[in-house]
Design a protein around this ligand. Sequence first.
Ligand SMILES: O=C(O)CCC(=O)C(=O)O
Ligand SMILES: [Fe+2]
Length: 347
Amino acid sequence: MVIKTSHDTLPPFPSGLVTAPLVSISLAKLEAGDKAESAAFYEACKNLGFFYCDMSGSQLGERIVENAENMHRLQKQFFALPNEEKEKYGRNIDIFYCYRFFPLTIRDPNGEPLRAENYNMRKDDILGNCERLPAPQLILDHQTLLETYVRDCRTVIDLMLNLLDEHLGLPIGTLYSYHRLTERSGDHARFIQAPVSPWDDKRIASGEHTDFGTITILFNWLGGLQIRHPQTNEWVYVKPVPGSAVVNLGDALVKFTAGILRSNIHRVVPPPGEQSGLPRNSLVYFSRPENVVVMKRLKGGIIDAQPKVPGEDTEEEITSHDWIMRRAHGDLRGIYTAKGFEFRPPA
Ligand SMILES: O=C(O)CCC(=O)C(=O)O
Ligand SMILES: [Fe+2]
């Protein structure tokens, strides 16, 4: 079944662009224990670290797609709030979560700099694992949607973690034991909005990154996401596919598996072709290890046979919480690959 989404209300992704070689993995088949699908999933996790997750035919998946559309409507309402209102839930509350914006050099008709914006909602706030950070009434009014969305994304991620355990030769439940839903972690849902803006090499270069958590579930409606093709090193577009999420692995899984799994570098550029005159939204669910987990290779299974990663012996022990903060704001900016950590100072 093709799930109804709002992609067809927007101009189409241009034909003729070089696109990334993402395989499509069926959630319904993974849920049904299909061995060939599970093998294809594991290959994608080792080779590109990015794949489409086709949600059709899965009750859970179809609810996620429907709610991604509801979240998309909610994020447009949120970003349409007056700037002063959004700023009440900004850096004064938390340096990482809540509302963040980056003023651009382009201005609106009133001379105000346009903003690239995001709004980060911690899973622990949404699930009641901690005292809630203040949030606008609009967000509080959508608690059921937010909670369902978080739980559903995590059900998909937890299924994938168990499959990874199996392929890595770890006891089933090993990876989940570092990602328990009830424990504090950096998991969060993110709304993203970029205004219509011209191509800007410097800004785009400063946005190249790998995700630093575990597994990311992404929905977007317009093109603009690009990954660096691991063989050709060219930047290639990831075409949005209605009814599918883009799933990618983050650096925590590279580190836990000493480089068996892959987190691919990616970036976001202005939407291509006919889509270029539109603001761009995306919706992301980031999963991350529990705050207290120490970020180092796991013991057991085929990980033990992995060669040493450069720098592994001399690296200081760091918890997931500190790793995220230092990756986001501090002295650990960069990408983490099978070759080790590559420092990338902000442009
Ligand atoms: O907007 C997108 O399509 C991707 C966003 C992304 O890569 C991120 O927020 O980490
Ligand atoms: Fe990302």
